[in-house]
Ligand binder design. Structure first.
Ligand code: DGT
Ligand code: CA
Ligand code: CA
Ligand code: ZN
Length: 574
């Protein structure tokens, strides 16, 4: 499948065009990239079947862009992009990953200071030369230095959504091979860590050499580091490193356990084995030379006197001790979310209509959603004011009458928390909504004291039901705001304010440790996709994984309840 590669190149073209200030053209490439990303089939098959004319029927794709798709499929290149790179020899895709650096600023750095790469930028900052640039100062230099530092620390680690599509593709590919009898992804991906260093894959194969050859022949492979016999390592074209190891069936459970990690979890398991006079390694659990378990993880845990520990918990945070006492938490389950309480639509910055978001929600097994478009002070998103909100409420009432009992649309909003903790929508309008969420979208840098006060003031508002993405962090891009989480938890419990676990792979906000503290403080949570298109509901399960990593049980997560029970527990002011 070359869909993702084509979309990536189009987004790159869009970045160069934005540097040049060709905004109309830039928008066209972004629309085309969106369109190709959501195409369900292989773009190459599509072109074979329907040709240039077929391409032009896709939304956002005209003749000129269709020709570039065909050019790429034929030659592996897009001349337009090559030309742009020559004209502006700047690594804009990497530089623009640094928070606060848009294409326009990057262009300015290039023109005035000759910055072409992240390394160039780092050098300039070190020399303190950025502050002298017109329109910049010491403060903006410090901000960029901090963002750069953040970027460099995380470099090379990918978010789950950057890795999931190619991981699924690779698994399907390996499963289709005759001699491969079992395939599992292990490592941090199986534990659903927030970011992934590399993909570790285990297979059972009658013929390990063949499995290695199969991996090397996977069409997405761009580079081979090492091939066989014990391990094969490759780099995919999407910059993901993959390790593949082959095991016999009777050792597969032991290998799964070993390579799922975490290392700290494994070390503790080995200590328990030793205490029982046993030995645990990636081939099995042994008494002297005799294997006593190895085929499944469950039998190894059992022989060690432990309940099975789900991969999301294997971080040596006390889970082993609880498993010994049979007191692991009754974790919230995958696919158990019944309602999504943060959904944006084309009334503001979402891509799809309310109707389309409802239809997709039903397809994803949900029975209610709250429409929570942004409110007015977020001007860039076309945020709603009171008048627009009231109009949307009336419209939702009409849709609900049509839908009847099978689905419920809740009237909601994602209100902005202003600098002083007040909201940007009048209380009398908020009181009319079914579900009010609020979030911080500005003033991320207040002092700890002011930020804490601001959040607490918001939570004491009787109209507020939930705080969305509390810390505001963007993984690899923006650090969390500075505030006193314990104080916020105490206040949330007192005011019955829900905290959201935002499932967007770039947010995953709250993080695992904060979820654990919220569980302890008996603060209720919900898991939302923060959908901006019909495709985002798929992220709900990443939110569930995050909740499980935070030891959240079924009682801690309110939106596994059907709508009447949910509303009764979740909504404050009704
Ligand atoms: P990553 O790739 O940085 O996101 O993190 P992981 O956890 O996938 O780490 P990775 O790829 O280095 O290794 C995969 C798993 O293999 C790791 O979670 C535990 C296991 N493992 C690797 N090296 C060792 C080791 O020296 N001792 C033990 N006990 N386990 C190891
Ligand atoms: Ca790994
Ligand atoms: Ca690895
Ligand atoms: Zn938001």
């Amino acid at each position: 499948m070359k869909n993702r590669e084509v979309a990536r190149l189009f987004r790159m073209i869009a970045l160069y065009l934005e540097m040049k200030g060709e905004l109309l053209n830039q928008q066209a490439y972004i629309r085309a990239a969106d369109s190709i990303e959501i195409l369900s089939g292989d773009i190459e098959d599509f072109v074979k079947e329907k040709g240039l004319v077929g391409l032009e029927t896709l939304p956002g794709i005209g003749q000129s862009i269709a020709n570039k798709i065909i050019e790429f499929l034929r030659t592996g290149k897009i001349r337009e992009l090559e030309k742009l790179k020559k004209e502006i020899p700047v690594e804009v895709d990497q530089l623009s990953q640094i928070e606060g650096l848009g294409p326009k600023t990057i262009f300015k750095f290039y023109k005035k200071l000759g910055v072409r790469t992240v390394a160039d930028l780092a050098r300039l900052i070190k020399k303190g030369e950025l502050r002298n640039l017109e329109g910049f100062g010491l403060k903006s230099e410090e901000n960029i230095a901090e963002a750069l530092n953040f970027y460099q620390k995380q470099i090379g680690r990918l978010n789950l959504d950057q890795i999931q599509p190619v991981a699924n593709e690779l698994i399907q590919y390996l499963k289709s091979k005759k001699e491969i009898k079992a395939v599992e992804i292990v490592g941090s991906y199986r534990r659903r860590q927030e970011t992934i260093g590399d993909l570790d894959i285990l297979v059972v194969s009658k013929n390990p050499d063949q499995a290695e050859t199969d991996l090397v022949k996977f069409p997405q492979v761009g580079h081979i580091y090492a091939q066989g016999p014990a391990k094969t390592m490759v780099r995919l074209k999407t910059s993901v490193d993959v390790d593949l190891r082959s095991f016999k069936r009777e050792s597969f459970g032991a290998a799964l356990l070993y390579f799922t990690g975490s290392k700290a979890h494994n070390i503790k398991l080995r200590k328990i084995a030793i205490k029982k006079g046993l030995k645990l390694n990636e081939y099995g659990l042994f008494r002297a030379k005799k294997i006593i378990a190895g085929r499944t993880e469950a039998e190894i845990y059992r022989k060690l006197g432990l309940k099975f520990i789900p991969p999301e918990l294997r971080e040596d945070q006390g889970e082993i001790e609880l498993a010994q006492k049979n007191r692991l938490p009754d974790l919230v389950e995958f696919n158990s979310i019944k309602g999504d309480l943060q959904v944006q639509t084309d009334w503001t910055d979402g891509r799809n209509s309310i109707e389309a978001m409802v239809e997709a929600a039903i397809k994803n097994g949900l029975s209610y959603i709250a429409i929570t478009d942004h409110t007015q002070s977020l001007a860039m998103t076309g945020g709603a004011d009171e008048k627009k909100l009231l109009k949307q409420m009336a419209y939702i009432d009409k849709l609900n009458r049509r839908l009847g009992a099978k689905f419920k649309i809740l009237k909601g909003a994602e209100v902005n928390i202003l600098k002083d903790g007040q909201f940007d929508i009048k209380a009398e309008v908020l009181a009319k909504l079914d579900f009010v969420g609020a979030a911080i979208h500005s003033y991320f840098n207040l002092s700890k004291e002011d930020q804490t006060k601001r959040i607490i003031r918001a939570m004491t508002d009787p109209n507020l039901d939930c705080i969305f993405h509390l810390t505001g962090r963007i993984i690899n891009k923006r650090p969390p705001i500075n505030f006193d989480f314990e104080k916020v938890l105490t206040e949330a419990k007192k005011t019955k304010t829900i905290l959201e676990i935002n499932a967007q792979p770039g947010r995953l906000d709250l993080n695992d440790e904060m979820i654990r503290r919220a569980v302890k403080a008996e603060v209720k949570m919900i898991i939302d996709s923060d959908a901006h298109s019909i495709f985002d509901y798929q992220y709900l399960n990443l939110g569930v994984a995050q909740a499980r990593r935070g030891w959240a049980g079924k009682d801690d997560i309110l939106n596994i309840l059907p709508p009447p029970q949910f509303l009764k527990k979740a909504v404050k002011n009704k």
